[in-house]
Design a protein around this ligand. Structure first.
Ligand SMILES: [Zn+2]
Length: 415
């Protein structure tokens, strides 16, 4: 029996910095996720500001957007200890991988390989070389005395996973990003069952503390979002433009099915087409201008000037369905509204969150029933209250002994 302690260190707790943390036991060290948060207007490098070429790591570390780590970034020799595990392809979990050193062992769920390869080849996220190892759902990787098992969850991108982490003295589960209202809630439920009874649960809490907007429609499940897109495609007398996110292949497949039913040809921009696996790429705008009712276009924010060429007729609609800007909190949203107003487009939002609703976060914690839950990746981690399961709100940069977290919980009243 090893006498080493299990050490848990959050490098970033996840808002507005991509969640990333270390689990260490003896000489073994596992790093979980390695991203940059999309927080327009809230982080130093946003609204078009980028780290300077050749100085990316130093610039990102200087503003707190990347953690200070030796032996991990390109340019450093590998420390011989750190192994990186990735939950899914979203940039707030992967955005620093282009800066990862070539010697660092890198593991990701093999079911995300199609979107990983497409993001890499399309230039959306140039991936580290060598690319690392895809790991099958249910498989475990041993890093010294630490064992990391991949357990799939449902999210709005293919191949998302959570992890079960075991050391000789303790067990942790990390939910990754997940939801219970997607097309595969059985995956998320099976994760909860598999993780049941762990010592620590590291729980994503993106939705915690969100305040319902008065008069706003209720949030949609994925199936309802796809059905509502289908209705818009069938009913709109003009052009339908959908700003969706290519990596959300289920959404794109639903959109494509709605287009087929409505008699519209779906055309996508090259990068989003690559990431979604959709073959039909937008070329000339002339045929669309001549027959707007015959088409549905995927366009992103940067392509708004195409409206000048498209001249969408009245009865056309721009649908926000997962592409940026995500909402009025993004300064780009007012720009989108200005374009829509100028060109007489109805601006609608038809989407479904990739993240568990607050009541489903509680369901996950209650089902797993860990000794302690650590809510992270959240603006309001303190909003998580689950009877019988004490919460521990970690601070970034502090190396915690897991045994101390557990001891503190057993001596404190549970919330
Ligand atoms: Zn995500």
């Amino acid at each position: 029996m090893s006498t080493a302690s299990t050490i848990l260190t959050f490098l970033h707790t996840g808002n507005p910095t991509g969640l990333k943390f270390l689990v260490e036991h003896g000489d073994a060290r596992c790093l979980f996720d390695f991203g940059r948060e999309h927080a327009p207007g809230r982080t130093p490098f946003s609204l078009g500001l980028e780290p300077r070429p050749g100085r990316e790591v130093a610039d990102l570390v200087a503003v707190g957007a990347a953690p200070r780590l030796e032996g991990v970034y390109a340019g450093d020799a590998w420390d011989g200890r750190t192994h990186l595990f990735i939950t899914h392809m979203h940039l707030d979990h992967t955005g620093l991988i282009p800066l990862l050193g070539p010697g660092v062992p890198l593991y990701y769920p093999d079911a995300m390989e199609p979107v990983r390869a497409a993001a890499d080849s399309s230039g959306y996220l140039p991936w580290r070389r060598p690319t690392g190892s895809g790991v099958a759902d249910g498989e475990a990787i041993a890093v010294g005395s630490i064992r990391v098992r991949f357990v799939a969850v449902d999210h709005d991108v293919p191949g998302a996973t959570g992890f079960l982490v075991e050391t000789p003295e303790t067990s942790l589960a990390f939910t990754g990003d997940n939801r219970w209202h997607g097309l595969r809630p059985d995956l998320t439920e099976a994760f909860a069952d598999t993780a049941r009874g762990v010592d620590l649960l590291i729980q994503e809490g993106v939705s915690l503390g969100s305040v319902p907007v008065e008069g706003a429609p209720p949030p949609l499940c994925e199936a309802d979002a796809i059905a509502e897109l289908g209705r818009a495609l069938a009913e709109a007398p003009g052009l339908v433009i959908v700003n969706c996110y290519g990596m959300n292949r289920e959404r794109v497949a639903g959109l494509a099915a709605g287009c087929a039913t409505a008699g519209r040809r779906l055309l996508m921009e090259p990068q989003m087409a690559a990431m979604s696996g959709w073959p039909d790429v937008l070329g000339s705008t002339d045929p669309i201008r001549d027959d707007p009712r015959g088409y549905c276009l995927q366009l992103g924010f940067e392509s708004l000037p195409l409206l000048i060429d498209l001249q969408p007729p009245s009865g056309s609609v721009w649908i926000q369905s997962g592409g940026a800007p995500m909402g009025p909190f993004d300064p780009a949203y007012a720009v989108l509204e200005a374009w829509a107003a100028r060109f007489g487009l109805e601006l609608r939002t038809v989407t479904s969150s990739g993240h568990s609703r607050p009541e489903d976060v509680v369901r996950m914690v209650a089902t797993v029933h860990p000794k302690v839950v650590l809510p992270v990746h959240s603006r309001a981690p303190e909003a998580l209250l689950v009877p019988g399961v004490p919460s521990f709100l970690p601070h970034a940069g502090v190396a915690y002994r897991v045994a101390d977290i557990l001891a503190g919980a057993s001596s404190a009243p549970s919330g």
